[in-house]
Design a protein around this ligand. Structure first.
Ligand code: ROI
Length: 163
């Protein structure tokens, strides 16, 4: 059994509804127990600014799925919920599900990098993570609450709760 943290993000097609739909799907993953979800956070886009604000959240699950089997499941959920019509926006995903952490594992292969690249400097990952587990320590020994204290919130706000 592995404890896994997953980052959720959306900025298109009713982002709050996308994230709730994703949580509903995560709750019915095989061989998996849903542990808890952070609040729903609104965040300013990282990267190109000519796009809508994001909704972000982090969830914790316990799973018997292997890392790549879990990745397959998450990519299937992204496809089912996330895709917009090709003529609207090429390749745009309205739902991103990122594996952030799997126990203390460090994984670097073609399909999957864990811990998630860049998570330590993204307020929309670290704040929700610190909310659901302030004691959490990353494989490199850094504590999530200490990371949070170092990162500007960049206007991040709690706008609701996930069911
Ligand atoms: N910015 C925010 N605030 N939230 C995201 O989930 C997010 N995802 C992305 C990029 C484009 C990096 N910016 C983001 O993929």
């Amino acid at each position: 059994m592995s404890t896994v943290y997953i980052g959720l993000g959306s900025n298109l097609d009713n982002p709050a509804q996308q994230l709730q739909g994703a949580v509903d799907s995560l709750k019915s993953l095989p061989e998996t127990k849903f542990i808890l979800a952070s609040s729903l956070f609104s965040s300013k886009p990282m990267g190109p600014q000519d796009q809508p604000d994001y909704m972000n959240a982090v969830v914790c699950i316990e799973t018997e799925l292997s890392p790549l089997a879990l990745l397959d499941q998450l990519q299937a959920i992204e496809l089912a919920f996330g895709r917009v019509r090709k003529d609207e926006r090429w390749g745009a995903r309205v739902l991103d599900l990122d594996i952030l952490l799997i126990d203390d594992l460090v994984i670097e292969n073609e399909r999957l990098t864990v811990p998630h690249y860049g998570m330590k400097v993204r307020e929309f990952v670290i704040y929700p993570l610190a909310q659901i587990n302030p004691e959490l320590v990353l494989p490199d020994g850094s504590n999530v609450t200490q990371l949070q204290e170092k990162i500007d919130d960049n206007g991040l706000i709690i706008v609701g709760e996930l069911r």
